[in-house]
Design a protein around this ligand. Structure first.
Ligand code: AMP
Ligand code: MG
Length: 290
């Protein structure tokens, strides 16, 4: 699939500054891409049905990015191809006091989908190694001094390990975690912020803190790169997708979702002989009612 070139599974290094924010290199024909996306959304729906009927595997799509990279619109778009009955969307915001009085995976674990379903995480536990690391928030959270005494580097190194183990744990328990980073350029972010300021219908999406965070754009890139390299694995890969053209990003995401669904055990459950005989019996009775 086309998104494969953006896949990181730990076998090669991700160098964010070398990776494209737009899709020029892929020789895009917008009409074709839109048509393919529409087909993917249809296929997604039938694969999701099979996932639900099979009920043995759960999927978690993690969306991470800087502000205005298109997380919300990606969620909205992908949801268009899924049956809401089998999907759970969770947006991870600044932790509230109850969340802060637990370990950082507590709120994540509560948001896991039942097997047979799909979860979309709009931000995730990755915030706990991204924004938390950038702003040194670990120091402000109530934790015993022993958890911090080895210093910042060791603290986050441990968190990377915890995340790797958590994803491995989920995989071993029937869940696949697929992580998607929407790689938007600094210039495109600027344009989208301006649009949010200029367009009254978009004002609500803009906050002063977005501009403050933008000042850390380059530091964020460094941290994202480290985080991606520390946590990419064969079972839980990262996809670093060009995000400057939303229609192309949506196509790539739709490819990833379809491909992941295909990898799951998605055969409709086969009935045992007795169960099939019971079905036939029911059929005979229903027909006799006519
Ligand atoms: P938005 O997704 O634009 O609604 O913003 C949510 C905000 O919550 C972002 O600024 C995130 O960085 C922030 N956030 C999410 N998770 C955490 C976390 N664990 N610690 C601190 N801030 C967080
Ligand atoms: Mg925001």
């Amino acid at each position: 699939m086309k998104a494969d070139r953006y896949r990181f599974d730990g076998s090669r290094r991700c160098d964010l500054r070398e990776l494209p924010c737009d899709g020029k290199q892929d020789n895009l024909d917008k009409e074709q891409i839109l048509a393919k996306t529409a087909r993917n959304l249809q296929e997604m729906a039938s694969l999701q049905d099979a996932l639900y009927a099979d009920g043995r595997e759960g999927l978690i799509f993690v969306l991470q990015a800087l502000d205005a990279a298109g997380k919300d619109s990606t969620v909205k778009h992908v949801m268009g191809g899924l049956n809401p009955q089998g999907v759970l969307v969770t947006s991870f915001k600044q932790p509230n006091s109850e969340e802060l009085s637990h370990d950082y995976l507590w709120r994540v674990h509560k948001a896991l989908p039942p097997r047979g379903s799909i979860a979309i995480f709009n931000r995730s536990y990755y915030e706990d190694v991204l924004v938390v690391q950038l702003h040194d928030l670990q120091k402000t959270y109530k934790m015993p001094p022993r958890t911090l005494e080895e210093g910042k580097k060791a603290f986050f190194k441990k968190r990377y390990r915890q995340i790797r183990h958590y994803e491995e744990y989920l995989y071993d328990n029937g869940y696949r975690v697929v992580k998607i980073f929407l790689h938007v350029s600094k210039e495109e972010q600027r344009k989208r912020f301006l649009a949010r300021i200029d367009n009254p219908a978009k004002n609500w999406k803009f906050s002063l803190s977005d501009v403050k965070e933008r000042a850390h754009f380059d530091e964020y890139m460094d941290i994202f790169e480290t985080v991606i390299n520390e946590t990419a694995s064969e079972e839980s890969p990262w996809f670093v997708l060009p995000a400057d053209q939303k229609w192309y990003t949506r196509y790539l995401v739709s490819e990833i979702v379809v491909d992941t669904l295909r990898q799951c055990c998605h055969e409709y459950p086969r009935l045992r002989d007795e169960a099939r005989a019971e079905l036939q019996d029911c059929r005979t009775r229903l027909e006799a009612e006519e």
